[in-house]
Design a protein around this ligand. Structure first.
Ligand SMILES: Nc1nc2c(c(=O)[nH]1)N[C@H]1C(S)=C(S)[C@@H](COP(=O)(O)OP(=O)(O)OC[C@H]3O[C@@H](n4cnc5c(=O)[nH]c(N)nc54)[C@H](O)[C@@H]3O)O[C@H]1N2
Ligand SMILES: Nc1nc2c(c(=O)[nH]1)N[C@H]1C(S)=C(S)[C@@H](COP(=O)(O)OP(=O)(O)OC[C@H]3O[C@@H](n4cnc5c(=O)[nH]c(N)nc54)[C@H](O)[C@@H]3O)O[C@H]1N2
Ligand code: SF4
Ligand SMILES: [Mo]
Length: 717
């Protein structure tokens, strides 16, 4: 008999409420949950793609596999694979020490809230500092900005309550990355109540089309634009002086450093008219409460750490932070917090803590930057990484420079992938352990707990709705079984996003003699929460608890101030002035997301397969005319480092002089699809040696120079 169940989607931060129909142990239908207090019946097509995956389509892995010497895979019992991997890991640690081992956790790991604490406990017990995640190839420029500048512990206001919202290099209407659940509806509502939105994006994105002002800058010129905006803001005196006096230092130094970024210079270089820049700064600074939010567009461009520093500085100069007395709508339910306006001064953990051995940097938020991973593997030395566990990720696709990345991964003594698909990285692994899918496991939507944009306090518990196929393991059991085999004892600590194990409060030692019931991890996660696990379990649609009103408390002024312009930022601003366009490569490649895919996932599910047989190269129609190209023509796109072939698609929304393409498509190893008919891998165009940021090793994935030429053949319409 078919039954229906309330649960939530595990594809992205939105965690949309779903109603899932189950018949004879199978997911037969997925609908949005209209009764869900947060997402109110909103969902997107990837929820349906996920149902397909549960049905066994889209390459779902239903048993674990082991690679033979000839490179072929054979099915293997999951726990036998874990035991073999455990033995090899123990031998590697015995011979080379704990730093020979690492974990890379990708988005598939992030969206299983219960596994992260176990993964971190396992690595801690091994004794290795090598925890890496997709965050450092995502928006870790924000981390660098926070640490070079310091931060105010009050946090950012909720976008819902501000009068001027600037969205930089993010397209929430497609990506659902900030600033609200059901973004188009919310942006419309906020607009009706008078909020002004400014979008900074070289593309007239879905979000830009809803904005009051769209600064359609030349890709990769966020530094120029934000330096220019800060110069203008300070010159006009539109900044929040009272706020700056209390919280901010370095304003004059920053003013001097941005002095060369005159309106004319900015207009010429960033390609935005001086009047429009001025209007944006005026609206942003003088409408009332303001807030800058950022996405991947600014964090993947050249000089991304500097760009994020300046965008953050603009926000701070306009007082875009919570003040003492402000009500915090959602202080967190599962991980409740308190808020003060204390200034946490700059700190540079990458300079003082454990250092990478292959590149000159260290850890940030307790993580080794993923951009350093190929060097950590390839560079000889006692601290070289020799064994890697990849948890729900596809780093060879996420990083780029396939020649180097593939060489590094192939040289590992041991690679274990824990995934639901045989992705590009898994295909290089010695063991691929088939993981349970969301509807087969326990979960809580911790990822947005207490985020400023999730204004309603909320918690939900997802119970397993269908049994996993016999060959599949729950990821929590993967780490438990691996630890047991290696003779390690795990401890379950409640670890928030980007929190290092060492900083987490002590937790519970696990019984290593009997396999745990994974439900216990959900129960442990709810310890210390504002809601009780059993109550949550009894309310599968989730609970909106009534929390005591919390306001930001005023901390005593201890003299600490944010540093808006440390010496390296001054140097970077000066260096940026010397950047010159590359006459041989007149276009700039930019990254963008497609609704139907999630990074490298869902390309083979029906929604994407129907609409995107490959990832097109989007170009402005006038550029196409100038190049004598028609839609469907194939072009070769070449950077300083590599080239790819893609089909041209006209898009009047992209700026002239740019090519917009989605990432994580195509084959990592070009030999597998020489014609690139199934998509082009943009990572082929980048370098992990030359075009990486210092500190977080962020590779430049957008806004870099390319040339285009007609490719030899044309695809029939
Ligand atoms: N050029 C370019 N490069 C980029 C980006 C870009 O915009 N442009 N974006 C960057 C960003 S923001 C990111 S986050 C990275 C993405 O980097 P990754 O996270 O490394 O890559 P994904 O493709 O998201 O890999 C997710 C994997 O998780 C698996 N998965 C899904 N559900 C589950 C599950 O329940 N359990 C397990 N174990 N696995 C599961 C999927 O099958 C998939 O293989 O790429 C980065 N690279
Ligand atoms: N459908 C779908 N949803 C996703 C994902 C997915 O792959 N598909 N990935 C998930 C992940 S891992 C993440 S991190 C989030 C990311 O969420 P977002 O950051 O919102 O990602 P995008 O939708 O790619 O939006 C980035 C925007 O930056 C613009 N841009 C490109 N280059 C530049 C530049 O140089 N400067 C500026 N200012 N803008 C630029 C692009 O045109 C694009 O509109 O999305 C998540 N959600
Ligand atoms: S993938 Fe779509 S349905 Fe799932 S949480 Fe994200 S926005 Fe919601
Ligand atoms: Mo991401």
């Amino acid at each position: 008999m078919a039954t229906s169940h309330q649960t939530f989607c595990r594809n992205c931060t939105h965690s949309c409420g779903l109603v899932v129909t189950v018949d004879e142990g199978r997911v037969t239908e997925v609908k949005p949950d209209r009764a869900h207090p947060i997402t109110e019946g909103y969902f997107c097509i990837k929820a349906l793609a996920n149902a397909e995956l549960h049905g066994g389509a889209d390459g779902r892995l239903v048993h674990s596999v082991k690679r033979a010497a000839d490179g072929t895979f054979a099915a293997v019992d999951a726990f036998a694979a874990i035991d073999e991997a455990g033995d090899r890991l123990r031998a590697i640690v015995a011979e080379h020490g704990p730093r020979a081992v690492g974990i890379y956790m990708g988005t598939g790991g992030y969206f299983n809230s219960l596994v992260q604490p176990l993964a971190k406990s396992w690595l801690h017990e091994v004794g290795s500092p090598n925890f890496m995640t997709s965050s450092t190839v995502d928006q870790s420029a924000g981390w660098v900005a926070m640490m070079r500048m310091g931060f105010v512990a009050s946090g950012k206001p909720n976008p819902a309550e501000v009068d001027a919202l600037m969205i930089v290099g993010a397209n929430p209407l497609v990506s659902h990355w900030l600033p609200a659940f059901n973004p188009s509806k919310r942006l419309r509502e906020w607009g009706k109540r008078g909020q002004k939105t400014i979008v900074v994006d070289p593309r007239r994105s879905e979000t830009a089309r809803m904005a009051d002002l769209h600064l359609q800058l030349r890709p990769g010129e966020d530094v120029t634009l934000f330096a220019g905006m800060i110069r203008l803001l300070l010159e006009r005196g539109w900044h929040d002086r009272a706020f700056c006096t209390r919280y901010v230092g370095g304003v004059d130094t920053l003013a001097r450093a941005v002095a060369p970024y005159t309106p004319d210079y900015v207009a010429a270089r960033a390609g935005v008219a001086a009047e429009l820049v001025e209007e944006a700064v005026r609206v942003f600074a003088t409408s009332g409460k303001s807030l800058v939010i950022t996405g991947t567009g600014i964090c993947m461009a050249p000089r991304s750490n500097l760009a994020m520093h300046l965008a953050t500085a603009l926000n701070v100069l306009c007082g875009g932070l919570r003040r003492p007395g402000d009500v915090v709508d959602n202080p967190g339910v599962m991980m409740p917090r308190t808020f003060t306006d204390a200034v946490v001064p700059p700190q540079r953990p990458w300079a003082t803590g454990i250092q990478c051995h292959g590149v000159p940097t260290g850890r940030i938020y307790g993580e080794i930057p993923t951009g350093a991973l190929p060097d950590e593997i390839l560079t000889p030395g006692p601290d070289k990484i020799r064994a890697l566990i990849v948890l729900g990720g596809n780093p060879v696709k996420a990083l780029g420079q396939p020649e180097k990345t593939l060489r590094a991964f192939r040289s590992l003594d041991l690679l274990v992938s824990v995934d639901v698909r045989l992705n590009d990285t898994a295909r290089l692994a010695d063991y691929v352990v088939a993981a349970a899918l969301p509807m087969e496991r326990h979960d809580v939507p911790y990822i947005f707990d207490g985020l400023s944009w999730a204004s309603t306090p909320f918690a939900q518990y997802a119970a397993p709705l269908v049994p996993p196929p016999p060959g599949v393991v729950d990821e929590t059991l993967f780490f438990w079984a691996l630890a047991r085999r290696m003779g390690l004892s795990l401890e379950y600590r409640k670890i928030g996003l980007s929190m290092s194990y060492a900083d987490a409060p002590p937790g519970h030692a696990l019984d290593m003699t009997r396999p745990p019931d994974p439900e216990q991890f959900a129960r442990l996660w709810l310890e210390g929460s504002a809601v009780d696990f059993d109550a949550l379990k009894a309310s599968p649609g989730g609970i909106v608890p009534t929390l005591p009103e919390q306001r930001v408390a005023a901390a005593p002024d201890d003299g600490a101030r944010l540093d808006l312009c440390p010496a390296d930022v001054t140097d970077e601003l000066a260096a940026a002035l010397a950047d010159r366009p590359d006459p041989a490569r007149p276009y700039r490649l930019t990254t963008r997301r497609l609704l139907e895919t999630m990074n490298s996932a869902y390309r083979d599910a029906a929604p994407a397969a129907r609409r995107w047989p490959a990832n097109p190269a989007f170009m402005h129609p006038d550029d196409m005319a100038a190049e004598a190209l028609a839609a469907g023509d194939r072009i070769e796109v070449a950077s300083r480092h590599g080239s790819l072939t893609a089909e041209v698609r006209d898009d009047p929304g992209v700026r002239r002089g740019m090519i917009a393409m989605a990432h994580c498509w195509g084959e990592t190893d070009a030999a597998h699809d020489p014609g690139q008919r199934r998509g082009a891998f943009t990572g082929r165009l980048i370098s992990l040696d030359d075009d990486v940021e210092p500190i977080n090793r962020m590779p430049v994935q957008t806004g870099f120079a390319v040339s285009i030429a007609r490719a030899a053949d044309r695809v029939p319409a």
